[in-house]
Design a protein around this ligand. Structure first.
Ligand SMILES: Cc1ncc(COP(=O)(O)O)c(C=O)c1O
Length: 453
C-alpha cells in the first residue's frame, strides 16, 4: 500500500482505527480517500477507485449526491438538532417513521431510531426482554443467532454476531446469546444434500435447540435475510419458511436484520420481501441514508408495538433512547435518499443490473481458483479455494482473499476479502457497463494473485 501525503505530514498514530491491525497500520499507513463521484472515490494522490463495496455495503445513490447535501443543509439551517424524548418531536423523524412503516404495507407498525446498526440491535435485545417482562414471562429471554452472522459490535449486538474476532478477548458472547448453524450449503451441506434437505436439517436443529433449552426460555431468533459480512451467504430454498415455522411453534419472535438488505440491495425493497419473511422486528440502516449521516431504525410490528407501548404506560416511560435518536438532519436526509431511490427506480436497477453482475461473475466459474459464485441482486461473493473438486480452502484461510483485495487496488477497484470470499456490493446506481468494468478489473487482480501461488 502506498504511503500518501496526509499520512506523511500528520501523526497517524493518534487515530485508533476500527477493524484494523494497529501495528501493521503504523507500517503501511492509511489510504486517504479524499472525494467521491458516482460509484468512484479518489485518494489524495488523485487515483480513482471503482467502489464495488459501496463503502461499507451502504452508499445506494453514489458518493456525491447533491440532493442529499441540500436536504441536510436545509435542515441544518432550520433546526440542526432537537431531541425526541418526553413528548418532543420534529417533522423529519415523524415523516420518516411514517414512510418506513408505509414501505412495509402496514406489516410493521412503528419505528424507533438509533444512530447505528449495532445500537439498533442492542435496542432489539432490550425490546425483546422488555416485551417478555411486560407479558409476565421473565424466563423467556435467550436469543438465537447464527454462526457467521454479523449484527454489529456493541455488547449485545456483538454477542449476536457469530464471528470469532468479535468475541475473542472481548469476553463475549453474553450468557443467553446462542448460535445455531450457518445456512451455507456449499460449506456445510452433507454430500449430495439438496437445498431443501439442508433447510429441513437446519430447521430441525433449531427446533431441537429450542426444546433442549426450553421454549419458555427462548425469546427471539435473529437473522440477516441474506448474510453479508459473514461471506455473502444465500439461504437454501425453503430455509426461511421452515425456520419461521419453528419460531412460531415456540412463540419465538423473528427479527430480520435488514441493515444491508434493506432498500433494494437484493432487487426488492427488503430482503424479507424476497424470502417471504414476516418479521416481528426489522432492523434498518446503511442504505437508509446511503451512510451520508449515521442513522438506523428498528421497526416493530403490531404484536410487539402494542405490548411495549402498553408497558411504557404502566411503568411511566420506555426508559431507552439516544440523545440523537431520530436526529432531524439524519432523518431529513434519509427521506430525500429514499425519494431518490424510488424516483430513479434504483430497486429495479438492482434487480436488472444485479442480474448482469451475477451472470458475469458466474461466467468465471471455471477459473481454477473459484470454488463458488453466489449472490442475488447487487450483492455477490466469489469464494476462492485451493482445490475446486474437494472445496479445500487455502491455508492459512484469508491470505489469498487479502492478496486479491490488495492487488485490486492497483487496478483501481475496491472489493472486500472475507476470509477467501471476495465480496461485491456496488452502489445501486451502477450501470451494466460499470459492472463489466468491475469484473474485468477483478479478473486481472485474481490472475495476478494466481500466478504468485
Ligand atoms: C446486518 C448488519 N447488522 C448490523 C450491522 C452493524 O451496523 P453498524 O456498523 O452501523 O453498527 C451491520 C454492519 O455491517 C450489518 O451488516
Amino acid at each position: 500500500m502506498s504511503t500518501l501525503s496526509t499520512a506523511q505530514t500528520r501523526d497517524i498514530s493518534h487515530h485508533l482505527h476500527p477493524y484494523t491491525n494497529a501495528v501493521k497500520h503504523t507500517q503501511v499507513g492509511p489510504r486517504i480517500i479524499e472525494r467521491g463521484e458516482g460509484i468512484y472515490v479518489y485518494d489524495d494522490q488523485g487515483k480513482q477507485y471503482l467502489e464495488a463495496m459501496a463503502g461499507l455495503w451502504s452508499v445506494a445513490v453514489g458518493f456525491n449526491e447533491s440532493r442529499l447535501v441540500q436536504a441536510a443543509t436545509r435542515q441544518m439551517q432550520k433546526l440542526p438538532f432537537y431531541h425526541t424524548f418526553t413528548h418532543k418531536a420534529h417533522t423529519p423523524s415523524i415523516e420518516l417513521a411514517e414512510k418506513l412503516v408505509g414501505y412495509t404495507q402496514g406489516k410493521m407498525r412503528s419505528a424507533f431510531f438509533t444512530n447505528s446498526g449495532s445500537e439498533a440491535n442492542d435496542t432489539v435485545v432490550k425490546m425483546v426482554w422488555f416485551y417478555n417482562n411486560a407479558l409476565g414471562r421473565p424466563a423467556k429471554k435467550k436469543i438465537i443467532a447464527r454462526n457467521r452472522a454479523y449484527h454489529g459490535v456493541t455488547v449485545a449486538a456483538a454477542s449476536l454476531t457469530g464471528l470469532a474476532p468479535n468475541h475473542r478477548d472481548f469476553d463475549l458472547p453474553l450468557p443467553g446469546m446462542l448460535h445455531t448453524s450457518c445456512p451455507h450449503l456449499y460449506r456445510y451441506g452433507l454430500p449430495n444434500e439438496t437445498e431443501e434437505q439442508f433447510a429441513t436439517r437446519l430447521a430441525d436443529e433449531l427446533d431441537a435447540l429450542i426444546l433442549r433449552e426450553g421454549p419458555d426460555t427462548i425469546a427471539a431468533f435473529i437473522g440477516e435475510p441474506l448474510m453479508a459480512a459473514g461471506g455473502v451467504i444465500i439461504p437454501p430454498r425453503t430455509y426461511w419458511q421452515k425456520i419461521q415455522a419453528v419460531c412460531r411453534k415456540h412463540d419465538v419472535l423473528i427479527v430480520a436484520d435488514e441493515v444491508i438488505t434493506g432498500f433494494g440491495r437484493l432487487g426488492t425493497r427488503f430482503g424479507s420481501d424476497l424470502f417471504q419473511i414476516e418479521p416481528d422486528l426489522m432492523v434498518l440502516s446503511k442504505q437508509l441514508t446511503s451512510s451520508y449521516l449515521p442513522l438506523a431504525a428498528v421497526l416493530l410490528n403490531e404484536k410487539v408495538h402494542s405490548v411495549i407501548t402498553r408497558h411504557s404506560g404502566e411503568l411511566g416511560t420506555f426508559g431507552h433512547g439516544y440523545t440523537t435518536s431520530g436526529h432531524p438532519v439524519a432523518t431529513a436526509l434519509a427521506i430525500e435518499n429514499l425519494n431518490i431511490i424510488d424516483e430513479r427506480g434504483l430497486i429495479d436497477n438492482a434487480a436488472q443490473t444485479g442480474a448482469v453482475l451475477q451472470n458475469a461473475l458466474r461466467s468465471l466459474s471455471d477459473h481454477p481458483l473459484i470454488g463458488e459464485v453466489r449472490g442475488t441482486g447487487l450483492i455477490a461473493g466469489v469464494e476462492l479455494v485451493a482445490d475446486k473438486a474437494t472445496r479445500r480452502p487455502f491455508e492459512p484461510l484469508g491470505k489469498v482473499g487479502a492478496a486479491v483485495y490488495e492487488r485490486a487496488h492497483d487496478y483501481g477497484l475496491i472489493v472486500r476479502g472475507i476470509q477467501d470470499t471476495i465480496a461485491f456490493c456496488p452502489p445501486l446506481i451502477i450501470t451494466p457497463a460499470q459492472v463489466d468494468d468491475i469484473v474485468d478489473r477483478f479478473i486481472q487482480a485474481l490472475d495476478d494473485v494466481h500466478k504468485t501461488l
